[in-house]
Design a protein around this ligand. Structure first.
Ligand code: ADP
Length: 513
């Protein structure tokens, strides 16, 4: 017969079932069924000592035919084992309280019954034993639980705890950070040099500075953020924090305990925030620069109009002079109108109020309009305007917004004239896969690669006046072109080389609904 072993779970149950129970009978009632289970009892009875008499208190399991009186009577002579009616009965003393009679189908060794004696002695050993063990179990369980929680947290945060030994120059670390970075257990850095070599070189001075600050005692722990190389060669943001846990006789650090974890998400959010802030600041700066430039752009033609209108008042003005003044006033007026139109268009685009008005028209009509409109101006500058469009393509019908298409082309050709002093300006139109492709090519000053990237942004000329050769204009034309092309479901881009010239390309669908 094996010894009954009180396993942890039974003890835990025992202690918790008796918990809060102050009366002895209550404790017994609650505990007894439990250990009767441990012994596979078929019948069980509690007897209480009452003024020298033994009183039957409670029967837990019993065969109805069982003659308990005979058994109780038998045990009153102090025997501890009794075989009766094919079953085995055992008596245990419940300290001063009374007795417990257990009935089992198979015989138990007295050793086994003895194992239960501390349980039976309720006020004495039972609960103390149970509670002590439960406490031990609980603290063991909580230790295991807290270790599990720590491991889980290291795993979830892709973090590693590490210990550096500066005398042996070795590192010991848990693996989760390195697993995240694609390394396996054998590839964990085990020397300080190996760990340092994984740090992004530009970040290393920061790491060293943070560490030295801590070594000198200026900060209670060291903390820094840096990148380390993953197995696949990319750089991953992590943070490191730690403390010196021992120093040698000379006061130099001997051991450092720390933790490092992946902070990519937070770092990316931070970088995004900084970018957003810079963008907002840039946009503010652009707006202020735009306003300053705008007042200049408006004041110049306005001064022209007012100044020459004043001159016109002179009574004896020659007719040639008069016509030249009137021409200046007219051009200044046109210039102002164009600025105001651009501004109105841009505010409408920004407010989402710019509407698309679709109609059918031929490519020929639009190209002829542009060509005729700009030809003289180009020739007056000693340049040539070429139209590249086959006769058959001229008849191609397009369903789109004609006015917007004319506005885009006018802007591009106008810029080509403005930013070229010699050579040829070419307007080319081709059709490919249901798209009409346009290009406006010049042999002008060209655009630097940096400015090609920002040229379609609003107010660009004003913001980059140091880099872009400044001409009359407020830097809204290309922003409007881009917005229009996109409204027509198309795309716009450019190729340019400084000193050689620029080509602006855009395409829109032939048929738009
Ligand atoms: P702007 O009214 O100032 O011309 P745009 O938006 O049309 O405004 O153009 C923005 C800037 O792009 C211009 O100020 C100029 O510096 C540059 N740019 C535009 N087109 C050309 C071109 N064909 N050649 C050289 N630079 C150009």
């Amino acid at each position: 017969m094996p010894k009954v072993v009180l396993d942890n779970e039974s003890l835990l149950n025992l202690a918790t079932c008796a918990y809060d129970e102050t009366c002895e009978a209550g404790i017994i009632k609650k505990c007894v069924p439990l250990y009767s289970k441990l012994l596979n009892c078929t019948s069980l009875k509690i007897l209480k000592n009452y003024g020298g008499e033994v009183t039957d208190v409670e029967t837990f399991h019993s065969n109805t035919n069982l003659k308990w009186e005979i058994i109780i009577n038998h045990f009153s002579t102090n025997n501890t084992v009794y075989k009766y009616d094919g079953a085995y009965f055992y008596k245990l003393n419940l300290s001063d309280y009374g007795q417990l009679i257990l009935g089992t189908k198979t015989s138990l060794s007295l050793d086994t019954v003895d194992t239960l004696r501390p349980i039976a002695s309720i006020h004495g050993k039972l609960l103390m034993l149970a509670c002590d063990d439960v406490q031990a179990i609980e603290s063991e369980t909580s230790l295991i639980e807290s270790q599990k929680a720590q491991t889980l947290s290291l795993e979830i945060n892709h973090a590693s705890v590490f210990k550096n030994d500066f005398e042996t120059r070795t590192v010991k670390s848990t693996p989760h950070l390195y697993y995240y970075l694609g390394y396996n257990k054998d590839e964990l850095p085990n020397t300080i040099e190996a760990a340092t070599n994984m740090i992004y070189p530009d970040d290393l001075p920061n790491v060293m500075e943070a560490f030295n600050e801590h070594v000198m005692g200026n900060v209670a722990e060291y903390y820094c953020e840096f990148r380390i190389r993953s197995k696949h060669g990319n750089w991953v943001w992590v943070d490191g924090r730690g403390k010196i846990i021992s120093r040698n006789a000379a006061g130099e650090p001997k051991e450092l305990l720390g933790i490092s974890q992946v902070i990519t998400k937070r770092k990316n959010a931070e970088i995004e925030l900084i970018k957003e802030k810079e963008k907002a600041q840039e946009s503010d700066r652009l707006k202020s620069a735009f306003l300053a430039n705008m007042s200049h752009e408006i004041r110049t033609p306005m001064n022209g109009i007012l100044g020459f209108a004043q001159l016109l008042k002179q009574p004896l003005l020659e007719s040639a002079e008069q016509s030249s003044y009137i021409e200046i006033i007219e051009n200044s007026g046109k210039r102002m109108l164009s600025i105001i139109n651009d501004l109105v268009d841009l505010s409408k685009i920004e407010a989402g109020q710019m509407e698309v008005s679709i109609s059918e028209f031929s490519i020929g009509e639009v190209s002829k309009y542009i060509y005729n409109f700009f030809k003289t101006e180009v020739e007056n500058k000693g340049m040539q305007l070429n139209l590249q469009l086959t006769e058959s393509r001229k008849r191609q019908i397009v369903t789109s917004d004609k006015e917007k298409l004319i506005a885009i082309l006018s802007n591009l050709v106008n810029n080509a004239i403005k930013y070229s002093n010699e050579g040829i300006i070419e307007l080319g139109i081709t059709i490919e896969f249901n798209m009409v492709h346009f290009h406006v090519k010049d042999t002008g000053i060209g655009i630097t690669p940096e400015h090609q990237k920002i040229i379609f942004n609003r107010f660009v000329q004003t913001s980059s006046s140091d880099l872009i050769q400044k001409k009359e204009g407020v830097g809204l034309g290309l922003a409007i072109c881009k917005a229009y092309v996109e409204m027509l479901n198309g795309k716009i881009w450019l190729e340019s080389e400084e000193g050689v010239g620029s080509t602006f390309y855009f395409c829109i669908p032939i048929g738009q609904t």
